[in-house]
Design a binder for this molecule. Sequence first.
Ligand SMILES: Cc1cc2nc3c(=O)[nH]c(=O)nc-3n(C[C@H](O)[C@H](O)[C@H](O)COP(=O)(O)O)c2cc1C
Length: 261
Amino acid sequence: MKRVTAFVGSARKKHTYDAVHQFLDNLQSLGDVECEIVFLSDHRIGVCRGCKVCFEKGEEFCPLKDDRDLLIEKMMASDGVVFASPNYSFHVSALMKAFLDRLGFVFHRPRFFGKTFTSIVTQGIYRGSKIVRYLEFVGKGMGFNTVKGTCFTAFEPMTEKERQKLGRALARQSRRFYERLVKSDHPVPTLFMLMGFRMSRTSMRLELDDSSFDYRYYKDKGWFESDYFYPTRLGALKKAAGHLFDSIQTRRTGKKKSFDT
Ligand SMILES: Cc1cc2nc3c(=O)[nH]c(=O)nc-3n(C[C@H](O)[C@H](O)[C@H](O)COP(=O)(O)O)c2cc1C
């Protein structure tokens, strides 16, 4: 049995909700999958104050007391996660963005390894596909195995042709998602993912110390010595690329330091 949770960033149960519902129904027809839809509007999600205490001391010191931890627990208890949002002013909705900001520390200390992620974006007219790409980047940054998302246009009322097009897109997306969901392996990181890992750990090593929570987290996880966030087998080329990313970041940090002083 796999567990999938979809987080919906629209305050109304309309197109985004309908598409999520259809996607989850498809998943359930493909195998033994238990699903939950979480409406962000049903939860208390505070607006980040920007104190950065979560980065420096740890997320438990955040001054905001809202449903953040409950939502994270839901993600941790899931094998798969969907972020679904309408396009509002060419970005995710404010609800979804507030939620992502509450998870800002996860980009510093990714944790959703082995879990599958995808996104669904509804738009009235235009630019939703950029939001799908943004959410894919977000998913990767949090440690998920990401599966290409779907953007669709929902005129009101939706035409039959659009409905059919959406149905086909969601059917493809649910198959891709299911295939990833049932795989137990951790994928070998792409060069881009490896670059993110190596550059951020190099700058942490050079710029932070034991007084920083991020630094201690990396140290405790053994990430300053490991090939990647999780055990993986890097080929000779990727190993060499890893060293190259380390030295590029070392040079950049050196330049930044001499500029700062
Ligand atoms: C405040 C607001 C801003 C919006 N901005 C955009 C936009 O920039 N681009 C776009 O294509 N559609 C935009 N839309 C249209 C919504 O993306 C569209 O109606 C979508 O279906 C809403 O999702 P829902 O049915 O799940 O609420 C906007 C809608 C609202 C309410």
